[in-house]
Design a protein around this ligand. Structure first.
Ligand code: AQP
Length: 334
């Protein structure tokens, strides 16, 4: 039987992924390549929904791709590609935009959060239609599962709605994808503001743990993470959001269940616990950083790997798009 298909994407919006991206998404991607027909993309078209310098975009797209391979994606088993290399993403997005109601798009909370930064009228139309492009990314590949963090739940609901609407109006075309969200790591929070999600664009440098950061600064940041009053290491999201976030991180990185960690650090205070978290973060990130640096040292080879991914992705995307064109009523090109 054919393996279920997985599709996910990540934005090249910073010079490094952070711990939230890694635990909430990339680590699942690596695991899922063992059991799924895997498609993963660096979503550069999404990145330009906010003002972006061309040189920064080029650099960050390569850095993002290199980190994906360095984190364990195997180019033989996973199709890793850059979104803008496959033209069908924008083409399908347009068709889906025409099926989306203004009110429906206006309910997307990520747009509200992100546009608040510029003021809603200064935000681009691209930022407004971001979730529809995301729906196109997913539907184009007939994905069964989409591993993401909790912040993407609403966008996946829109994806299913649009897929269903298209199928209903034009006949069965798209597979409806299920989100794949690991509860334990669905929202890694900012070290300085443990109620907010750790985010490339909105966390302060002290609140974010970057995959490509050196072990020294990483350790320092964990040791300086905002903790809560009291001194006991307990999992209590409401009263101890800082310690609870660190417990979630430590549990995910070491594979130790949270109750076991709580028992281990009983009576030891925050210091010992934080030191161990810092160690686990540095140990996880160091080999990924080293492999990323190696991959970036040979840009030609990295670009070649991405071209192979784009070729495989295009073959699938073209097939879906041919059906869509015909069903919508576009004339064939002779
Ligand atoms: N803090 C987080 N905890 C768990 N998962 C997270 N993800 C992001 N932050 C966390 C997941 O990472 C994947 C890729 O994210 P993205 O690049 O599409 O951008 P995002 O979700 O908007 O993340 P950022 O860091 O906040 O980026 P910017 O600042 O560029 O918008 C997604 O699966 C996401 O759920």
């Amino acid at each position: 039987m054919a393996r279920p298909r997985v599709l996910s994407g990540i934005q090249p919006t910073a010079d490094s992924f952070h711990l939230g991206n890694y635990l909430g998404a990339v680590r699942q991607w690596v695991t899922m390549q063992e059991t799924h027909d895997a498609f993963y993309c660096v979503v550069d078209l999404h990145a330009i929904t906010v003002p972006t310098e061309p040189d920064a975009l080029r650099r960050r797209s390569r850095v993002a791709a290199a980190q994906l391979f360095a984190a364990g994606l195997d180019p033989e088993r996973s199709t890793v590609f850059v979104q803008s290399h496959v033209r069908e993403h924008t083409e399908l997005a347009w068709v889906l935009i025409c099926l989306t109601g203004m009110g429906e798009a206006g309910r997307m909370t990520q747009f509200k959060d992100k546009s608040a930064k510029f003021g809603e009228s200064a935000a681009s139309v691209g930022l407004f239609t971001y979730p529809i492009l995301q729906a196109a990314d997913i539907l184009l590949y007939q994905a069964d599962r989409v591993p993401v963090g909790a912040d993407q739940k609403q966008h996946l609901e829109l994806t299913r709605d649009l897929g269903q609407r298209f199928n209903h109006r034009f006949g069965d075309t798209f597979r409806l994808p299920e989100p794949y969200i690991l509860k334990e790591v669905e929202k890694i929070t900012d070290l300085q503001d443990p109620t907010a999600k750790m985010s490339k664009s909105s966390s302060s440098p002290a609140g974010i743990l970057d995959v490509l950061e050196q072990p020294g600064p990483l350790r320092k940041k964990v040791m300086r993470a905002v903790t809560d009053t009291g001194s006991e290491v307990l999992f209590d999201e409401e009263n101890k959001p800082g310690i609870s976030n660190l417990l979630r991180i430590q549990s995910a990185l070491t594979g130790t269940p949270i109750p076991e960690l709580v028992a281990r650090y009983e009576g030891q205070g925050y210091g010992t616990f934080k030191k161990d978290v810092a160690e686990a973060v540095a140990e996880t990130f160091t080999p990924i950083r080293e492999r990323t640096e190696k991959l970036l040292a040979d840009e030609k080879e990295l670009d070649r790997m991405l071209a192979v991914g784009a070729g495989r992705a295009s073959a699938v995307a073209k097939e879906t798009m041919a059906q869509v064109r015909d069903k919508v009523g576009f004339l064939p090109t002779l």
